[in-house]
Ligand binder design. Structure first.
Ligand code: 2U9
Length: 341
């Protein structure tokens, strides 16, 4: 009898009704005067006296179970929904697909850049985003009256005039140099902050990857070959590079590096402003003042450094026209980037 009750319960659970007359069919079949519940109740007379109490409880539960289902069917069909459909499990159906997210384009490009330099023996170094004046400016040959320190360019923290949001990841390199462990061969990815008006071409935060190599006899030729290798790995073997003289307070000599235009291949188009070249990074030989500021003998050691904006590289690579897309969290934009990197 117990088995019978269990199988009726399964039958009742999986009962589906889409219309009120199907609910009525349920009522008659299970709860009607000649229904199954009454039938089962009738079994009571065959139960031994000492089991009557236990069995009576079971029957009562069964009756409540059928009544509850009836109420549920009634309520659902009155709302115009098929009742109990959701409770029916069809194990032959394929599973729900897992919705896998995608990496943010900035992370994708950062990972690619980092992995290329890691293959050349560069280690990743990280540091704080809230920096002090020394590590962000003074140690980097940017004295007190330097324009980059202006309130218009840099975010200061009101509690302490010495604290700022770092304007570049160069402060991480300074921290590594101060540790005094040479040679240094590091790559520093991270978020940086500048007090810019937000537009399609500028934002108040962006991401950089900077690199630093300090050892004995490091030359500009090492710098050129390292960055040429980077371009070939990142963009492809056909890309040409050129170096233009430039100025940065932390490097001497300094240069900006261009690659042949990703769109026209060098013939001239709107993206390269008809020059055939696009700028991708700045670089140079570490200024001797920086080495001395960090206690490194500039007569013994030399080094090169470079820095690039990840947003810029990503925009060139994927032809993205508006910088704001990177921080708006619009899935229509983000889901276009899928990669295992
Ligand atoms: C130390 C010594 C030298 C890092 C360098 C650049 C040139 C550069 C810009 C690229 C685009 C910043 O994101 S951007 O706006 N960077 O042009 N960065 S050399 O030189 C260093 C850094 C640290 C100790």
């Amino acid at each position: 009898m117990l088995e019978k009750i269990e199988s009726f319960k399964i039958e009742i659970s999986s009962f589906i009704a889409t219309k009120t007359d199907e609910v009525e069919t349920f009522r008659i079949k299970y709860l009607g005067s000649k229904g199954l519940v009454k039938d089962v109740m009738g079994e009571m007379k065959h139960v031994a006296a000492d089991k009557k109490r236990e069995f009576g409880q079971l029957l009562n539960e069964f009756k409540l179970f059928a009544e509850a289902k009836y109420e549920e069917l009634k309520a659902a069909t009155e709302n115009g929904q098929p009742a109990a459909a959701a409770e029916t499990l069809d194990l032959s159906l394929p599973g729900d697909p897992m919705r896998v997210g995608s990496r943010h384009p900035i992370s994708l490009v950062r990972n690619q850049v980092v992995s290329i330099f890691q293959r050349l023996g560069f280690a990743v170094a990280e540091g704080p985003e809230i920096e002090d004046d020394w590590h962000n400016f003074t140690a980097l040959n940017m004295p007190e009256n330097h324009t980059a320190r202006d309130m218009q360019d840099t975010f200061y923290i009101s509690q302490n005039p010495d604290w700022i949001l770092r304007t570049h990841t160069s402060s991480v390199q300074v921290r590594e140099m101060e540790k005094g462990k040479l040679p240094i061969r590091i790559i520093c990815p991270g978020r940086v902050y500048r007090n810019e008006t937000i537009s399609a071409r500028a934002h108040c935060f962006f991401h950089q990857v900077e690199g630093l190599y300090i050892a004995e006899n490091v030359s500009f030729a090492d710098l050129k070959q390292t960055l040429y290798f980077f371009v070939q790995e990142m963009f492809g073997k056909d890309f040409k590079v050129r170096f233009r003289p430039s100025y940065f307070p932390f490097t001497e000599p300094s240069a900006e590096m261009d690659i042949s235009c990703l769109i026209c291949g060098g013939t001239g188009c709107n993206v390269c402003k008809h020059t055939g070249w696009v700028e991708i990074l700045g670089c140079g030989m570490v200024h001797p003042n920086l080495l001395e500021n960090c206690g490194i003998d500039s007569n013994k050691y030399t080094g090169f450094a470079f820095g690039m904006g990840i947003e810029r590289i990503t925009m060139l690579k994927y032809q993205i026209k508006d910088l704001r897309l990177f921080s708006e969290n619009d899935v229509r934009f983000l889901k276009q980037f899928t990669s295992a990197v």
